[in-house]
Design a protein around this ligand. Structure first.
Ligand SMILES: Cc1cc2nc3c(=O)[nH]c(=O)nc-3n(C[C@H](O)[C@H](O)[C@H](O)COP(=O)(O)OP(=O)(O)OC[C@H]3O[C@@H](n4cnc5c(N)ncnc54)[C@H](O)[C@@H]3O)c2cc1C
Length: 465
């Protein structure tokens, strides 16, 4: 009997045979990512139901010498959640228990497989807000969001997923379970392991539960879509919003060619006329109506034209223009997606130079740019290059580093940018990261090739003899 067969049986004994998938028709959806750019065959897919089962699955894989790819909602955009060839995919979606909200502390225990959308609804029902939001909300999981340290539009006010983590439970590479779920506001005893696991993209441990920090629910909301002549004018508007609107929650931007693509895809006519090079979409949220604050900021920035929406359908119509970028781009081709950050002072230069830099690397490459203005975070989408041709990506990342920016602002490194990590972080920090990885996962079994480039002596297949 082969090692792979042994492992299938061992895992079936832990989770039940129906939750070990080997039929290619059943494993297929776990093997390709959302962009269609990344993927490979899995040895099998295993679907544990709770922490105990995850721990037993990881221990069985360790014994069989099998590499693991943890997977949540499979909405990640850097190829870190799908197999590259022969790994065991551990799907966490069955860990979907949502605990009771502790109203005094504003905390709620959440299973790693709960979707962000389900957590948002649960928090709202208890009078709170999840404090995190982005377009993949109905598919992405809390474990995945924490593993990637996801951001989104509201990070401007509430921080990234990291700021939501008041505690965490995880299974380490040898199957041991670490639990920090007491929710103590102050706890300085030793290294902060939960912090290390946030953003580790499944390479240091498998997140099984999170103690989620909630925000106050603010139902009085107003959004403004503001056409702007330049990125510099948009930055001046951001400064005015910060000065006049303490309720500012998000401040995103997109460009005119992106708007055209979205309108075409959504078969909508433009709500803004005349059109402009840059659009800022800002939203304020408070306990009482924030319209006056927003109006004061627009006036201070000298804005004469803006679309304002203070009702939910109106705000959703405005946000559909920004959030519709991902779908519209995917409909236009298989994009190379780069999620970078640059200092605000360099944003104008960066946006102006990306299209030419990408097209110089691969003629005909089209760059669609949008993102979170308040965080200097730009989603660079390149249409045209073949899936494996990284020349345009490399040109954009060179420009990012020249602007003093980061190769990943919120999507993570995954496999897409692993070979850039040393350049981006420098040799000292990259060496420290390798030391941490080696200490927690000496055999390199957890998500090999994600974040850090794969080592020659690492296993990639569970069946490797
Ligand atoms: C339309 C769309 C919009 C998006 N918008 C944003 C945005 O605005 N901001 C943003 O930050 N991101 C955004 N994303 C990408 C974002 O990274 C994911 O949506 C989310 O963080 C991943 O969650 P997931 O459950 O789908 O994880 P997956 O895709 O399944 O996995 C992502 C990574 O996390 C690891 N992982 C998953 N679950 C666990 C776990 N329980 N323990 C350990 N590791 C785990 C995987 O191995 C992989 O490396 C968007 C994606 C889409 C498709």
């Amino acid at each position: 009997m082969s090692h792979a067969m042994d492992l299938t049986q061992a895992l079936g004994a832990i989770v039940g045979a129906t939750h070990v998938l080997t039929d290619p028709q059943l494993t297929e959806t776990y093997e390709h990512d959302w962009t269609g750019r990344f993927g490979g065959r899995a040895a099998l897919v295993v679907r544990p139901a709770d922490t105990e089962q995850v721990a037993a699955v990881v221990a069985a894989c360790a014994e069989a010498g099998a590499a693991i790819v943890p997977q949540g909602g499979n909405t990640g955009l850097v190829g870190g959640g799908v197999p590259r060839g022969g790994e065991v995919v551990v799907s966490l979606t069955r860990l979907n228990a949502l605990g009771e909200v502790d109203r005094a502390l504003g905390l709620v225990p959440v299973g790693a497989g709960v979707t962000l959308g389900a957590l948002q609804a649960h928090a709202r029902a208890a009078g709170f807000d999840a404090g995190l939001d982005f377009a993949a909300r109905d598919s992405c999981t809390i474990g995945g969001a924490v593993a990637c340290d996801a951001g989104g539009a509201r990070a401007l006010r509430h921080g990234t997923a990291r700021a939501r983590v008041a505690g965490l439970e995880a299974v380490l590479a040898d199957g041991t379970v670490v639990t920090r779920m007491a929710g103590l506001a102050k706890d300085n005893a030793g290294y902060d392991l939960p912090s290390l696991l946030v953003g580790s993209e499944g390479t240091l441990g498998i997140v099984t539960r999170v103690l989620w920090r909630l925000e106050l629910r603010c139902d009085a909301r107003v959004a403004a879509l503001v056409p702007m002549e330049s990125v510099e004018a948009a930055a001046a508007l951001l400064a005015a919003l910060r000065a006049e609107a303490p309720t500012l929650e998000s401040c995103d931007f997109f460009l005119d060619d992106g708007l055209s693509l979205v309108l075409e895809h959504q078969r909508r006519s433009s709500p803004v006329e005349p059109r402009a090079p840059v659009y800022v979409l800002a939203e304020c949220a408070g306990r009482s109506d924030p319209t006056d604050e927003l109006a004061a900021a627009l006036e201070q920035a000298g804005v004469e034209e803006a679309l304002i929406a203070d009702d939910t359908p109106g705000r959703e119509r405005l946000w559909a223009l920004r959030e519709g970028h991902a779908d519209a781009i995917n409909a236009a081709g298989v994009p190379h997606k780069l999620d970078v950050g640059v200092p605000l002072a360099e944003l104008g230069r960066f946006l102006a130079e990306v299209p030419a830099a990408a097209a110089a690397a691969i003629p005909g490459t089209r760059a669609i740019l949008f993102g979170h203005l308040g965080d200097g975070n730009v989603h660079v989408n390149l249409l045209g290059p073949e899936p494996d041709d990284e020349r345009a990506d490399d040109a954009v990342l060179e420009l990012v580093l020249a602007c003093g920016g980061t190769i990943s602002a919120e999507h993570g490194v995954g496999v897409a940018k692993a070979r850039w990590l040393d350049r981006a972080r420098g040799p000292a920090e990259a060496a420290a990261m390798r030391a941490v990885k080696h200490a927690l996962d000496p055999d390199g079994r957890l998500n090999p090739g994600a974040v850090l480039p794969v080592r020659a002596d690492q296993p990639s297949s569970p069946a490797a003899d």
